[in-house]
Design a protein around this ligand. Sequence first.
Ligand SMILES: [Zn+2]
Length: 500
Amino acid sequence: MLRRFAFAAALTLAGATGAHADEARTAQYFDAIAGAPPLRTAFLRAMPKGGELHVHLTGAIYAENYIRWAVEDGLCVRRAGMALVPPPCDPAQGTEPAAILDTDRALRGAVIDSLSMRNHSDARDSGHDHFFATFGKFNASARLRFGDMIAEYVSRLAAENTFYLEVMASPGMDEARALGAQAGWSDDWNALRTRLSTPEMDSLVTLTRKILDDAEARKNAILRCGTPQADPGCKVTVRYLAQIIRIFPREQVFAEILFATLQIKSDPRVVGLNLVAPEDDPVTLRDYTAQMRMVGFLTDTGRATNVALHAGEVVLGLVPPEDLRFHIRQAVELAGAKRVGHGTGIAWEDDSTGLMAQMAQRKVLVEINPTSSEQILRIAGKDHPFPVYRRMGVPVALSTDDPGVSRIDLSHEYQRIARDYGLGYRDLKALARNALEYSFMAGPSLWVGDRRAGPCAADSPAGAPAAACRAFLDGSEKAREQWRLEATFARFEATPWPTP
Ligand SMILES: [Zn+2]
């Protein structure tokens, strides 16, 4: 018995040493190919990246797919502004069937450029304006293809060896705003909440759950999930963030936030909320503090509902300096944000270093979207606060924001960060792990600090977990995904890297 135990212990030790050696070998290879970007691209596409925490579903889709759907769905293209619009198509009104995009190559190219940042030129319009204008131009197509959009994105993520997605989407938000407009405004928020807690609001929550059911069924059908030909995208765990559009009158935004909290309570797939649309929009700037207070009020400052917020997606020059002084702080302190999207403007916040110290202490993660920051705000490289956040101990993760609009993928953001800040493989691995650690999935973590702890501490992710670890994983959705990531890392690091 003793001998058998000793043998098992020796095996575990050998496994651990092997895993450690594989990681070291992988890190070495990654350093060795620093001067060969194509090898880095291939490496980072295959590297497990944990998850994607900041992506807008409609912005994730490539224009080519919007065009294909527009043709199939009988939509029209409007030459003025190069946008996809609903039928009927009427040449007298400047619209014609989208089918023309299958034959007119010049027009097709111009529409792809218009629906994305491809070939964007500052001489024509600003990156900021062009970027945000794309959403209105593909919306007619996006509206009809919720499930198709999820299918496209999870399939792409899986091809990048990444299997967790928290996606921002807005089903039901138009209707929630209509209920808010009907209810009107009151400074008594308890009364306002009561006024909005109607059977109509309840049915909207039920209807939205059905919309998600249908979208997932459609996604599963497209990817042939559950069949031998299943697309790897079927293996991606999908969670949703209720996406509140913040550039509407305050009674409507209040209703959206309330609706989001009800949705989150009633549907475990919806794990948190986020406020979106340009942060420099006049309505956002006017109502910013009020909106942060509303989120705080309706979510018990993030305690009752997970809150992630776009904050600090502004820089000097874009807005007056006064509007740069408090957005991130209020997102954290008034609204109770557990995650901040972008955080690019941190340097202009009052007591910026004190704020970062607070974020580090409270473990508020910043979702870094390098390409989006460059395209919208022209902030990149040394001017971007990514290394400062790291130095101050603020947790960070990488995400894409709108990869279809930006014409990128998640691997590209890893590549960019590694190149711009000289990060090594283990640094990137920590970023990938953060994408699950700071996800809004339920259950305790596999990690305590940077060590695996609890019942799975001694188990090797390269093998099957022992009974105690298995039981722990069964009880925690988050730990399960984290274990899967570690297993994926183990397989990845066992790659026989060529000599560069
Ligand atoms: Zn965003």
